[in-house]
Design a protein around this ligand. Structure first.
Ligand SMILES: [Fe+2]
Length: 290
């Protein structure tokens, strides 16, 4: 018997999973071209399969894209993805580029990642599998949010004291960062920046938590619950300085219990290499870890 295992490394604390980012879009065709054709992710075939909303799967995560024409919501930061092969991705982004002319779409290949911007200006950083992203071959390992200078510690304290989250204060891209663990190899990074903040426009993230009641009570006490959705879900938007009550950053959190019917729902991921020409029987599904 040995007692040399670091048990804390395998502790998820209270936030179990950050499942999706929700960004309203004005045009489903352009959204399909970017997320499904360009980024090669998979449209959820079972839910939101009409023309006014689309859920797009990447591993165990999703981006939700409801139509709100003419509104295009813009996350104030960067969403990180992992895909199996950047060369394949670069080629498919080149394929969709002519269809996305006259939009904000762009992409740049860097050494170890691709920076891509959606038709409405949302920023994504796409990586290949690497130890810092755990064992996942396809997924959403992080969401990076741009916060004002001097707020890192207070935001870390908020997630620690309200949510019982695992919080690490660190430096990323030479900036102070409150890194909140949101699942196995998944993080919400609050990153200090000098750049001017756009006004918050209502986009949201969804997290599942184990202790569903205590964070709710703590936020309710402070008047911060913004929606009582149903028995499995509540929402809040304001991340505050717990000492002064001042709002430090706004982003709606769709907070769900682990008893929510959608928790850990299996998501379909396709093999982007598959096509009708040179079809490989039995290889429609993504093979790899999610
Ligand atoms: Fe949502």
């Amino acid at each position: 018997m040995t007692d040399s295992f670091d048990r804390s490394k395998e502790s998820l604390s209270n936030i179990l999973h950050m499942e999706h980012v929700n960004l309203a879009v004005p045009d489903q065709k352009l959204a399909t071209l970017f997320y499904v054709v360009g980024l090669q992710f998979t449209r959820d075939p079972f839910i939101m399969n009409g023309v006014d909303n689309m859920w797009v799967n990447m591993g165990r995560c999703q981006v939700h894209l409801p139509s709100r024409n003419p509104i295009a919501q813009k996350l104030r930061g960067t969403v990180g993805f992992v895909v199996p092969n950047l060369a394949t991705l670069e080629s498919s982004l080149a394929d969709v580029a002519p269809y996305l002319e006259n939009t904000s779409f762009s992409y740049t290949r860097k050494n170890d990642h691709i920076k891509a911007t959606c038709p409405w200006g949302n920023n994504f950083k796409i990586h290949e599998p690497a130890p810092q992203y755990g064992t996942i071959d396809i997924g959403m390992p992080y969401v990076e949010l741009d916060i004002p200078r001097g707020t890192t510690e207070k935001i870390g304290k908020f997630y620690d004291e309200i949510f019982g989250a695992t919080v690490e204060l660190k430096t990323i891209h030479s900036n102070e960062c409150a890194s909140i663990k949101t699942g196995k190899s998944q993080f919400l990074h609050f990153l200090e920046t000098d750049s001017k903040q756009n006004q918050y426009d209502g986009h949201h993230i969804a997290i599942y938590i184990s202790d569903f009641a205590r964070p709710y009570e703590k936020l309710k006490e402070r008047g911060l619950i913004s929606m009582e959705t149903d028995e499995y879900e509540w929402r809040f938007t304001d991340i505050i300085d717990l000492d002064t009550g001042k709002t430090l950053f706004e982003i709606e959190h769709e907070v769900r219990s682990a008893t929510h019917p959608l928790y850990s729902r299996p998501l379909i991921n396709r093999n982007p290499e598959q096509s009708n020409r040179g079809y490989h029987p039995g290889q429609d599904n993504f093979i790899g870890q999610i």
